[in-house]
Design a binder for this molecule. Sequence first.
Ligand code: 13P
Length: 391
Amino acid sequence: MASLKLSAPSSQWISGEKHFSRRSCLRTAAPRRVAAGPIRAGSYTDELVQTAKSIASPGRGILAIDESNATCGKRLASIGLENTETNRQAYRQLLLTTPGLGEYISGAILFEETLYQSTTDGKMFVDCLRQEKIMPGIKVDKGLVPLPGSNNESWCQGLDGLASRCAEYYKQGARFAKWRTVVSIPCGPSALAVKEAAWGLARYAAISQDNGLVPIVEPEILLDGDHPIERTLEVAEKVWAEVFYYLAENNVVFEGILLKPSMVTPGAEHKEKASPETIAKYTLKMLNRRVPPAVPGIMFLSGGQSEVEATLNLNAMNQGPNPWHVSFSYARALQNTVLKTWQGHPENVKAAQKALLVRAKANSLAQLGQYTADGENEEAKTGMFQKGYTY
Ligand code: 13P
């Protein structure tokens, strides 16, 4: 039998199959690729595991600034700025050149424009990140569109051409990827929408790994709705069961992925709020039931919670040992105060960077289970939930 190199890229592995002659396959009733088990992500496997481990390192988490140009425009509009490339560059420069950021931040998710962009002094943003030992990541999905045949639900596009895009992003310095799809509880969710979300995530994860990028797997269960926390738990368990089923079917290496779940909370319009302890209890129950310990890191999204709420909830989840690194990958819950401090004025850049460090440090402490909300200002306690929010 042809010997298969375990470290060969899957493309080579597929061509390796030619060694099994068609005739010999036909001769035996059930030809078996005995070696198929361990052959998964190909030549990048070791690197993927290392990348995921370094992102999931103690006291660190992810800064998500991968807003599409349209969504970045909304952020800028909130402080009265026009959505121009220059303004987007100025904002991202502020964030990505914050001195000392690497102490608390291990990865930054970028939008394509930022991955290829430089500071106004001509230094590539990816190099600014490397200097701080922050891994550059890239949003690779192409956004949500209506899912025909569903209950007004959506599906996430972006698989076409994904392999070549990932290969290009890797060349440009990206080492991990993000694909965000959503599940809506008030809309059902329908079995079709859950299956589509899980299958899309699994195909994306396999393709990313094949091209050297650690996939962040993000089926966001939206906060929208007036349901109790028990209903969110039920839906989250269903969604993650399906996601892991298809990840396994697609031979994704679990040691080389990161998850980006929503926390298990009551719907945003539910009559009662849940405490951080309750949210931690439900969320960890769901994760312990569904996520194998081989997965190195759980990097939560903030989903419209206030900055302080998101940090308190993360802190509550780190009060005891977990099988995985439990941390953050926040966009809104890291950027809100920064934007309001900056207001688009160059003279406010330093203060805004300081505000980013305050939030990053607070979440770093929460990752270590050592955060108290003492001294947090009112702005950081303001919720950011918007009904039907599109990212
Ligand atoms: P939020 O933390 O604003 O929910 O961001 C989610 C996200 O997917 C960003 O990458």
